[in-house]
Design a protein around this ligand. Structure first.
Ligand code: AHR
Length: 503
Protein backbone atom coordinates (compact mmCIF):
# COMPACT_ATOMS: atom_id res chain seq x y z
CA UNK A 1 0.00 0.00 0.00
CA UNK A 2 1.30 3.50 -0.88
CA UNK A 3 0.67 6.75 0.95
CA UNK A 4 1.78 10.17 -0.26
CA UNK A 5 2.38 13.20 1.94
CA UNK A 6 3.40 16.72 0.95
CA UNK A 7 4.73 19.40 3.30
CA UNK A 8 5.34 23.04 2.36
CA UNK A 9 7.49 25.22 4.55
CA UNK A 10 5.01 28.08 4.28
CA UNK A 11 1.96 26.01 5.02
CA UNK A 12 1.70 26.18 8.79
CA UNK A 13 -1.13 25.28 11.18
CA UNK A 14 0.24 27.19 14.14
CA UNK A 15 3.22 27.82 16.36
CA UNK A 16 2.97 25.02 18.92
CA UNK A 17 2.55 26.04 22.54
CA UNK A 18 5.06 23.80 24.32
CA UNK A 19 2.53 23.26 27.09
CA UNK A 20 0.75 20.68 24.92
CA UNK A 21 3.45 18.38 26.30
CA UNK A 22 2.33 19.03 29.87
CA UNK A 23 1.46 16.42 32.47
CA UNK A 24 -0.50 16.03 35.68
CA UNK A 25 0.17 14.84 39.23
CA UNK A 26 -2.68 14.30 41.64
CA UNK A 27 -2.68 13.37 45.29
CA UNK A 28 -3.98 9.87 44.66
CA UNK A 29 -2.71 6.32 44.55
CA UNK A 30 1.07 6.21 44.48
CA UNK A 31 1.56 9.28 42.29
CA UNK A 32 3.05 11.33 45.11
CA UNK A 33 3.89 8.88 47.90
CA UNK A 34 6.37 6.25 46.64
CA UNK A 35 6.03 7.90 43.21
CA UNK A 36 7.81 11.23 43.27
CA UNK A 37 8.25 11.39 47.07
CA UNK A 38 9.82 8.64 49.17
CA UNK A 39 12.29 9.91 51.77
CA UNK A 40 13.38 6.35 52.68
CA UNK A 41 14.24 5.43 49.09
CA UNK A 42 17.98 4.90 48.38
CA UNK A 43 17.84 7.50 45.59
CA UNK A 44 15.96 10.13 47.65
CA UNK A 45 17.43 13.62 47.66
CA UNK A 46 17.63 15.77 50.77
CA UNK A 47 14.02 16.88 50.30
CA UNK A 48 12.77 13.26 50.10
CA UNK A 49 12.20 13.14 46.34
CA UNK A 50 13.31 10.14 44.33
CA UNK A 51 16.21 11.08 42.05
CA UNK A 52 15.58 8.09 39.79
CA UNK A 53 12.10 9.48 39.07
CA UNK A 54 13.42 13.04 38.72
CA UNK A 55 15.81 11.80 36.01
CA UNK A 56 13.01 10.09 34.09
CA UNK A 57 10.76 13.16 34.33
CA UNK A 58 13.63 15.29 33.04
CA UNK A 59 13.99 12.89 30.13
CA UNK A 60 10.36 13.61 29.23
CA UNK A 61 11.09 17.37 29.24
CA UNK A 62 7.64 18.12 30.65
CA UNK A 63 7.14 21.91 30.50
CA UNK A 64 4.25 22.16 32.98
CA UNK A 65 2.56 19.91 35.57
CA UNK A 66 -1.01 20.36 36.78
CA UNK A 67 -1.47 19.88 40.55
CA UNK A 68 -2.98 18.83 43.07
CA UNK A 69 -6.01 17.30 41.30
CA UNK A 70 -8.15 15.98 39.70
CA UNK A 71 -11.07 14.78 41.78
CA UNK A 72 -8.88 15.13 44.86
CA UNK A 73 -8.92 18.92 44.66
CA UNK A 74 -12.69 19.12 45.12
CA UNK A 75 -12.46 18.47 48.87
CA UNK A 76 -8.84 19.54 49.41
CA UNK A 77 -7.81 22.08 52.03
CA UNK A 78 -4.52 23.40 50.76
CA UNK A 79 -3.60 24.77 54.22
CA UNK A 80 -3.29 21.16 55.44
CA UNK A 81 -0.15 20.90 53.34
CA UNK A 82 1.79 23.86 54.77
CA UNK A 83 3.85 24.33 57.95
CA UNK A 84 5.97 21.74 59.77
CA UNK A 85 5.39 18.32 58.24
CA UNK A 86 5.12 16.60 61.62
CA UNK A 87 2.15 18.78 62.53
CA UNK A 88 0.17 18.33 59.35
CA UNK A 89 -3.18 16.55 59.69
CA UNK A 90 -4.08 13.22 58.15
CA UNK A 91 -7.33 13.66 56.23
CA UNK A 92 -9.72 11.28 54.54
CA UNK A 93 -9.69 11.81 50.80
CA UNK A 94 -13.28 11.26 49.67
CA UNK A 95 -12.44 11.13 45.96
CA UNK A 96 -10.20 8.05 46.14
CA UNK A 97 -11.23 6.58 49.49
CA UNK A 98 -7.71 6.98 50.85
CA UNK A 99 -5.86 8.65 53.72
CA UNK A 100 -3.88 11.74 52.84
CA UNK A 101 -0.87 12.38 55.08
CA UNK A 102 -0.23 15.88 53.68
CA UNK A 103 3.52 15.28 53.87
CA UNK A 104 3.65 16.84 50.44
CA UNK A 105 1.95 20.20 49.97
CA UNK A 106 2.53 23.25 47.85
CA UNK A 107 6.07 23.93 49.19
CA UNK A 108 7.31 20.41 48.51
CA UNK A 109 5.61 20.21 45.13
CA UNK A 110 7.05 23.58 44.07
CA UNK A 111 10.56 22.43 45.10
CA UNK A 112 10.13 19.25 43.10
CA UNK A 113 8.85 21.19 40.06
CA UNK A 114 11.88 23.43 40.23
CA UNK A 115 14.19 20.41 40.45
CA UNK A 116 12.69 18.75 37.38
CA UNK A 117 12.52 22.10 35.56
CA UNK A 118 8.78 22.31 34.94
CA UNK A 119 6.23 25.03 35.56
CA UNK A 120 3.20 24.58 37.84
CA UNK A 121 -0.44 24.79 36.81
CA UNK A 122 -2.48 24.86 40.01
CA UNK A 123 -6.12 23.97 40.59
CA UNK A 124 -8.36 25.58 43.21
CA UNK A 125 -11.16 23.77 45.04
CA UNK A 126 -14.55 24.87 43.73
CA UNK A 127 -16.27 21.69 44.94
CA UNK A 128 -16.40 21.86 48.74
CA UNK A 129 -14.94 25.38 48.87
CA UNK A 130 -15.07 28.56 46.84
CA UNK A 131 -13.89 32.07 46.11
CA UNK A 132 -12.34 32.89 49.50
CA UNK A 133 -10.09 29.84 49.58
CA UNK A 134 -9.13 30.34 45.97
CA UNK A 135 -8.04 33.93 46.58
CA UNK A 136 -6.22 32.97 49.79
CA UNK A 137 -4.31 30.19 48.04
CA UNK A 138 -3.45 32.55 45.18
CA UNK A 139 -2.21 35.19 47.61
CA UNK A 140 -0.14 32.56 49.46
CA UNK A 141 1.44 31.36 46.24
CA UNK A 142 1.92 34.61 44.32
CA UNK A 143 2.01 37.67 46.60
CA UNK A 144 5.53 38.90 47.48
CA UNK A 145 5.01 40.00 51.11
CA UNK A 146 3.18 42.22 53.57
CA UNK A 147 -0.15 40.36 53.73
CA UNK A 148 -1.35 37.59 56.02
CA UNK A 149 -1.02 34.75 53.53
CA UNK A 150 2.19 35.89 51.86
CA UNK A 151 3.89 36.42 55.22
CA UNK A 152 2.75 32.98 56.34
CA UNK A 153 4.43 31.51 53.23
CA UNK A 154 7.62 33.37 54.16
CA UNK A 155 7.42 32.08 57.75
CA UNK A 156 7.09 28.61 56.25
CA UNK A 157 10.42 29.02 54.53
CA UNK A 158 9.60 30.37 51.07
CA UNK A 159 10.66 34.01 50.81
CA UNK A 160 9.93 34.50 47.11
CA UNK A 161 6.46 33.99 45.64
CA UNK A 162 6.24 31.20 43.11
CA UNK A 163 4.50 33.37 40.52
CA UNK A 164 2.18 30.70 39.14
CA UNK A 165 0.45 32.04 36.04
CA UNK A 166 -2.06 29.35 35.06
CA UNK A 167 -4.89 28.31 37.40
CA UNK A 168 -7.71 25.79 36.97
CA UNK A 169 -11.09 26.80 38.39
CA UNK A 170 -12.01 23.44 39.96
CA UNK A 171 -12.10 20.04 38.27
CA UNK A 172 -14.78 18.14 36.32
CA UNK A 173 -17.58 19.99 38.04
CA UNK A 174 -20.20 18.31 35.80
CA UNK A 175 -19.39 14.80 37.12
CA UNK A 176 -21.80 13.04 39.51
CA UNK A 177 -18.67 11.54 41.17
CA UNK A 178 -17.32 14.98 41.98
CA UNK A 179 -17.49 16.28 45.54
CA UNK A 180 -19.59 19.43 45.18
CA UNK A 181 -20.90 18.67 41.66
CA UNK A 182 -22.76 21.60 40.14
CA UNK A 183 -25.12 22.36 37.32
CA UNK A 184 -23.67 24.38 34.45
CA UNK A 185 -25.37 27.55 35.74
CA UNK A 186 -24.25 27.00 39.33
CA UNK A 187 -20.70 26.31 38.24
CA UNK A 188 -20.64 29.08 35.64
CA UNK A 189 -21.58 31.63 38.30
CA UNK A 190 -19.09 30.47 40.92
CA UNK A 191 -16.33 30.17 38.30
CA UNK A 192 -17.04 33.67 36.98
CA UNK A 193 -16.99 35.24 40.45
CA UNK A 194 -13.86 33.34 41.46
CA UNK A 195 -12.17 34.37 38.23
CA UNK A 196 -13.14 38.01 38.85
CA UNK A 197 -11.65 37.88 42.35
CA UNK A 198 -8.45 36.21 41.13
CA UNK A 199 -8.12 38.77 38.35
CA UNK A 200 -8.67 41.59 40.85
CA UNK A 201 -5.46 40.33 42.44
CA UNK A 202 -3.60 39.93 39.13
CA UNK A 203 -5.04 40.72 35.70
CA UNK A 204 -2.31 38.78 33.93
CA UNK A 205 -3.34 35.36 35.30
CA UNK A 206 -4.46 32.70 32.85
CA UNK A 207 -7.59 30.94 34.06
CA UNK A 208 -8.99 27.60 32.95
CA UNK A 209 -12.71 26.98 33.35
CA UNK A 210 -14.04 23.39 33.50
CA UNK A 211 -15.60 22.00 30.37
CA UNK A 212 -17.30 18.61 30.38
CA UNK A 213 -15.40 15.72 31.91
CA UNK A 214 -15.80 13.78 28.65
CA UNK A 215 -17.62 14.08 25.32
CA UNK A 216 -19.85 11.21 26.48
CA UNK A 217 -21.42 13.23 29.30
CA UNK A 218 -25.17 13.75 28.79
CA UNK A 219 -24.69 17.50 29.35
CA UNK A 220 -22.01 17.83 26.64
CA UNK A 221 -21.86 20.29 24.85
CA UNK A 222 -24.60 22.45 26.40
CA UNK A 223 -22.41 22.52 29.54
CA UNK A 224 -19.68 24.30 27.55
CA UNK A 225 -22.14 26.81 26.09
CA UNK A 226 -23.69 27.72 29.46
CA UNK A 227 -20.38 27.84 31.34
CA UNK A 228 -18.79 30.02 28.67
CA UNK A 229 -21.80 32.35 28.62
CA UNK A 230 -21.10 33.00 32.31
CA UNK A 231 -17.33 33.20 32.09
CA UNK A 232 -16.21 34.19 28.58
CA UNK A 233 -14.88 37.61 29.59
CA UNK A 234 -12.91 36.44 32.62
CA UNK A 235 -11.27 33.14 31.60
CA UNK A 236 -8.71 32.17 28.96
CA UNK A 237 -9.12 28.42 28.45
CA UNK A 238 -11.81 25.79 28.71
CA UNK A 239 -10.75 22.31 29.81
CA UNK A 240 -11.36 19.03 27.98
CA UNK A 241 -10.76 15.58 29.49
CA UNK A 242 -10.83 12.24 27.71
CA UNK A 243 -9.66 8.74 28.57
CA UNK A 244 -9.35 5.86 26.12
CA UNK A 245 -9.87 2.12 26.28
CA UNK A 246 -9.80 -0.78 23.88
CA UNK A 247 -13.22 -1.95 25.06
CA UNK A 248 -13.84 -4.15 22.01
CA UNK A 249 -10.38 -5.72 21.85
CA UNK A 250 -10.17 -4.35 18.28
CA UNK A 251 -6.93 -2.56 17.44
CA UNK A 252 -8.24 -0.70 14.37
CA UNK A 253 -11.19 0.77 16.26
CA UNK A 254 -8.97 1.54 19.23
CA UNK A 255 -6.45 3.48 17.16
CA UNK A 256 -9.30 5.38 15.47
CA UNK A 257 -10.23 7.00 18.77
CA UNK A 258 -7.74 9.82 18.26
CA UNK A 259 -10.04 11.05 15.50
CA UNK A 260 -13.02 10.87 17.85
CA UNK A 261 -10.94 13.13 20.10
CA UNK A 262 -10.39 15.54 17.20
CA UNK A 263 -14.16 15.76 16.71
CA UNK A 264 -14.51 16.56 20.41
CA UNK A 265 -11.96 19.35 20.02
CA UNK A 266 -13.80 20.66 16.94
CA UNK A 267 -17.13 20.70 18.75
CA UNK A 268 -15.71 22.63 21.69
CA UNK A 269 -13.92 25.02 19.32
CA UNK A 270 -17.26 25.66 17.57
CA UNK A 271 -18.98 26.22 20.91
CA UNK A 272 -16.28 28.71 21.90
CA UNK A 273 -16.81 30.53 18.61
CA UNK A 274 -20.59 30.46 19.03
CA UNK A 275 -20.38 32.14 22.45
CA UNK A 276 -17.70 34.51 21.15
CA UNK A 277 -20.06 35.62 18.37
CA UNK A 278 -23.04 35.82 20.72
CA UNK A 279 -21.04 38.16 22.95
CA UNK A 280 -19.57 40.12 20.03
CA UNK A 281 -16.22 39.49 21.70
CA UNK A 282 -12.78 39.98 20.17
CA UNK A 283 -11.13 37.81 22.75
CA UNK A 284 -10.38 34.19 21.83
CA UNK A 285 -10.72 31.38 24.38
CA UNK A 286 -8.43 28.39 23.79
CA UNK A 287 -8.52 24.75 24.85
CA UNK A 288 -6.66 23.24 27.78
CA UNK A 289 -6.89 19.47 27.24
CA UNK A 290 -5.70 18.97 30.77
CA UNK A 291 -6.40 15.26 31.21
CA UNK A 292 -5.89 12.60 28.56
CA UNK A 293 -4.50 9.09 28.44
CA UNK A 294 -5.34 5.40 28.14
CA UNK A 295 -7.17 4.24 31.27
CA UNK A 296 -8.79 0.81 31.51
CA UNK A 297 -6.28 -1.89 32.35
CA UNK A 298 -6.61 -1.33 36.10
CA UNK A 299 -10.34 -0.62 36.35
CA UNK A 300 -11.39 -4.09 37.57
CA UNK A 301 -8.63 -4.49 40.13
CA UNK A 302 -9.31 -1.04 41.62
CA UNK A 303 -12.97 -1.63 42.39
CA UNK A 304 -12.51 -2.94 45.96
CA UNK A 305 -10.42 0.01 47.08
CA UNK A 306 -12.56 2.61 45.37
CA UNK A 307 -15.72 1.04 46.84
CA UNK A 308 -14.17 1.45 50.28
CA UNK A 309 -13.86 -2.29 50.93
CA UNK A 310 -10.31 -1.87 52.20
CA UNK A 311 -10.88 1.04 54.56
CA UNK A 312 -8.84 4.19 54.06
CA UNK A 313 -5.38 3.04 52.87
CA UNK A 314 -2.57 5.54 52.42
CA UNK A 315 -1.24 5.70 48.86
CA UNK A 316 -2.88 2.47 47.64
CA UNK A 317 -1.78 1.05 44.29
CA UNK A 318 -4.73 2.28 42.22
CA UNK A 319 -5.02 3.19 38.53
CA UNK A 320 -1.72 1.39 37.90
CA UNK A 321 -2.35 0.61 34.24
CA UNK A 322 0.43 -1.41 32.66
CA UNK A 323 0.68 -0.17 29.10
CA UNK A 324 1.41 -2.27 26.05
CA UNK A 325 2.63 -1.44 22.55
CA UNK A 326 -0.90 -0.92 21.23
CA UNK A 327 -1.41 1.78 23.89
CA UNK A 328 1.82 3.46 22.82
CA UNK A 329 0.52 3.58 19.23
CA UNK A 330 -2.71 5.24 20.36
CA UNK A 331 -0.78 7.72 22.53
CA UNK A 332 1.33 8.58 19.47
CA UNK A 333 -1.84 9.18 17.42
CA UNK A 334 -3.33 11.35 20.19
CA UNK A 335 -0.21 13.49 20.33
CA UNK A 336 -0.37 13.85 16.54
CA UNK A 337 -3.92 15.14 16.98
CA UNK A 338 -2.77 17.74 19.51
CA UNK A 339 -0.07 18.89 17.08
CA UNK A 340 -2.60 19.11 14.24
CA UNK A 341 -4.99 21.05 16.49
CA UNK A 342 -2.31 23.32 17.91
CA UNK A 343 -4.11 26.41 16.62
CA UNK A 344 -6.80 25.92 19.30
CA UNK A 345 -5.24 23.48 21.84
CA UNK A 346 -2.63 25.42 23.81
CA UNK A 347 -2.28 23.19 26.87
CA UNK A 348 -2.57 19.39 27.13
CA UNK A 349 -1.67 17.32 30.17
CA UNK A 350 -0.87 13.63 29.95
CA UNK A 351 -2.72 12.17 32.94
CA UNK A 352 -0.78 11.32 34.89
CA UNK A 353 3.00 11.28 35.32
CA UNK A 354 4.06 8.63 37.85
CA UNK A 355 2.37 5.32 38.82
CA UNK A 356 -1.22 6.52 38.30
CA UNK A 357 -2.05 5.89 34.59
CA UNK A 358 1.47 7.01 33.94
CA UNK A 359 4.47 6.79 31.62
CA UNK A 360 6.75 6.22 34.66
CA UNK A 361 6.31 3.38 37.15
CA UNK A 362 8.05 2.78 40.44
CA UNK A 363 8.34 0.11 43.07
CA UNK A 364 8.33 1.23 46.67
CA UNK A 365 11.92 1.01 47.82
CA UNK A 366 12.77 -0.36 44.37
CA UNK A 367 13.19 0.46 40.72
CA UNK A 368 11.68 3.08 38.43
CA UNK A 369 11.10 2.35 34.75
CA UNK A 370 9.59 3.63 31.51
CA UNK A 371 6.24 2.31 30.27
CA UNK A 372 5.64 1.88 26.53
CA UNK A 373 3.79 5.20 26.27
CA UNK A 374 6.87 6.99 27.63
CA UNK A 375 8.59 6.81 24.24
CA UNK A 376 6.19 8.56 21.84
CA UNK A 377 5.48 11.18 24.52
CA UNK A 378 9.19 11.79 25.14
CA UNK A 379 10.05 12.12 21.44
CA UNK A 380 7.14 14.48 20.77
CA UNK A 381 7.92 16.55 23.85
CA UNK A 382 11.61 16.88 22.95
CA UNK A 383 11.26 17.34 19.19
CA UNK A 384 7.69 18.57 18.69
CA UNK A 385 8.45 22.21 19.43
CA UNK A 386 8.15 24.77 16.67
CA UNK A 387 5.61 25.19 13.89
CA UNK A 388 3.03 22.49 13.14
CA UNK A 389 3.06 21.99 9.37
CA UNK A 390 -0.18 21.59 7.45
CA UNK A 391 0.28 18.35 5.52
CA UNK A 392 -1.43 17.25 2.38
CA UNK A 393 -2.03 13.52 2.96
CA UNK A 394 -3.27 11.00 0.52
CA UNK A 395 -3.82 7.82 2.52
CA UNK A 396 -6.23 4.92 1.97
CA UNK A 397 -8.73 4.68 4.84
CA UNK A 398 -10.70 2.11 6.80
CA UNK A 399 -14.07 2.51 8.46
CA UNK A 400 -14.37 2.70 12.25
CA UNK A 401 -17.65 3.24 14.04
CA UNK A 402 -16.32 5.85 16.45
CA UNK A 403 -14.68 8.02 13.81
CA UNK A 404 -15.89 7.27 10.28
CA UNK A 405 -13.14 7.09 7.64
CA UNK A 406 -9.76 6.61 9.28
CA UNK A 407 -6.49 7.05 7.33
CA UNK A 408 -4.10 4.12 7.75
CA UNK A 409 -1.23 6.53 8.21
CA UNK A 410 -1.43 9.02 11.05
CA UNK A 411 1.25 11.68 10.82
CA UNK A 412 2.19 15.09 12.17
CA UNK A 413 5.15 17.28 11.27
CA UNK A 414 6.84 20.04 13.22
CA UNK A 415 9.36 22.48 11.79
CA UNK A 416 11.81 23.93 14.27
CA UNK A 417 13.22 27.19 12.92
CA UNK A 418 15.99 27.33 15.53
CA UNK A 419 17.74 24.11 14.63
CA UNK A 420 16.22 23.87 11.12
CA UNK A 421 14.79 20.40 11.69
CA UNK A 422 11.60 18.82 10.41
CA UNK A 423 10.30 16.29 12.92
CA UNK A 424 7.88 13.64 11.72
CA UNK A 425 5.78 11.50 14.06
CA UNK A 426 4.15 8.60 12.24
CA UNK A 427 1.90 5.63 13.03
CA UNK A 428 0.89 2.88 10.60
CA UNK A 429 -2.58 1.84 11.80
CA UNK A 430 -2.76 -1.04 9.34
CA UNK A 431 -2.98 -4.39 11.12
CA UNK A 432 -1.36 -6.52 8.45
CA UNK A 433 0.14 -4.46 5.62
CA UNK A 434 3.38 -2.57 5.42
CA UNK A 435 2.95 0.89 3.92
CA UNK A 436 5.35 2.71 1.67
CA UNK A 437 5.17 6.35 2.75
CA UNK A 438 6.50 8.85 0.20
CA UNK A 439 6.91 12.40 1.53
CA UNK A 440 7.81 15.51 -0.42
CA UNK A 441 9.16 18.63 1.29
CA UNK A 442 8.70 21.81 -0.70
CA UNK A 443 10.62 25.06 -0.06
CA UNK A 444 13.15 23.32 2.22
CA UNK A 445 16.85 23.37 1.31
CA UNK A 446 19.34 20.47 1.27
CA UNK A 447 17.49 18.14 3.61
CA UNK A 448 19.38 15.32 5.32
CA UNK A 449 18.03 12.57 7.54
CA UNK A 450 19.44 12.74 11.06
CA UNK A 451 17.29 10.32 13.05
CA UNK A 452 14.91 7.47 12.48
CA UNK A 453 13.64 5.73 15.61
CA UNK A 454 10.93 3.14 16.04
CA UNK A 455 9.53 0.97 18.83
CA UNK A 456 11.14 -2.44 18.88
CA UNK A 457 8.20 -4.79 19.32
CA UNK A 458 5.83 -6.41 16.91
CA UNK A 459 3.94 -7.95 19.84
CA UNK A 460 1.17 -5.47 20.55
CA UNK A 461 0.50 -6.86 24.00
CA UNK A 462 4.02 -6.67 25.39
CA UNK A 463 4.91 -4.20 28.09
CA UNK A 464 7.73 -3.23 30.43
CA UNK A 465 7.80 -4.43 34.02
CA UNK A 466 10.15 -4.01 36.97
CA UNK A 467 11.75 -7.32 35.99
CA UNK A 468 11.95 -6.49 32.29
CA UNK A 469 12.11 -2.69 32.25
CA UNK A 470 13.55 -2.47 28.74
CA UNK A 471 11.61 -5.13 26.90
CA UNK A 472 10.00 -2.32 24.88
CA UNK A 473 12.36 0.42 23.92
CA UNK A 474 13.32 2.65 21.01
CA UNK A 475 15.50 1.22 18.30
CA UNK A 476 17.10 2.75 15.26
CA UNK A 477 14.90 2.46 12.17
CA UNK A 478 16.12 1.54 8.69
CA UNK A 479 18.64 3.93 7.12
CA UNK A 480 16.80 6.59 5.09
CA UNK A 481 17.93 8.90 2.30
CA UNK A 482 16.43 11.96 0.71
CA UNK A 483 16.54 12.43 -3.03
CA UNK A 484 15.15 15.54 -4.69
CA UNK A 485 13.41 16.65 -1.49
CA UNK A 486 11.67 13.29 -1.36
CA UNK A 487 11.81 10.66 1.38
CA UNK A 488 10.45 7.14 1.19
CA UNK A 489 10.06 4.99 4.27
CA UNK A 490 8.57 1.56 4.76
CA UNK A 491 6.19 1.42 7.73
CA UNK A 492 5.70 -2.08 9.13
CA UNK A 493 2.13 -2.97 10.18
CA UNK A 494 1.15 -1.30 13.48
CA UNK A 495 4.44 0.52 13.87
CA UNK A 496 5.58 3.88 15.24
CA UNK A 497 8.29 6.03 13.64
CA UNK A 498 10.05 9.24 14.56
CA UNK A 499 12.04 10.73 11.70
CA UNK A 500 14.11 13.88 11.96
CA UNK A 501 15.33 15.77 8.91
CA UNK A 502 17.64 18.77 8.94
CA UNK A 503 18.15 21.60 6.46
O1 AHR B 1 -6.77 11.24 36.40
C1 AHR B 1 -7.65 10.51 37.20
C2 AHR B 1 -8.99 11.22 37.40
O2 AHR B 1 -9.68 11.27 36.18
C3 AHR B 1 -8.94 12.65 37.83
O3 AHR B 1 -8.84 12.79 39.20
C4 AHR B 1 -10.27 13.18 37.37
O4 AHR B 1 -10.23 14.55 37.09
C5 AHR B 1 -10.62 12.32 36.19
O5 AHR B 1 -11.89 11.82 36.28
Amino acid sequence: MDVVVTANKNSVISEIDQRIFGSFIEHMGRAIYSGIYEPEHPSANIAGFRSDVIDLVKELAVPVVRYPGGNFVSAYQWEDGIGPQAQRPVRLDLAWHSSESNQVGIHEFADWAQTVGCGMMLAVNLGSRGLTDARNFLEYVNHPKGSYWSDLRRENGQEQPWGVKTWCLGNEMDGPWQIGQKTADEYGRIAAETAKAMRAFDKSLELVVCGSSSPDMPTFPSWEKTVLEHTYDVVDYISLHMYFKNHEGHTGNYLAQSLKMERYIDTVASTINYVKAQKHADKQIYISFDEWNVWYHSTEQDKQILNGEQGWPHAPAILEDIYNVEDALLVACLINSFIRKSDIVKIACLAQLVNVIAPIMTEKNGAAWRQTIFYPFMLASRYGRGKALKLDINSPCYAAECAGEVPYVDISAVYNEQDKTINLFIVNRHGSEAISLRSTFNQFQNLQVCQHQTLNSADLQSSNTSQFPERITLVQGEALFITDQELTVCLAPLSYHFIQLKE
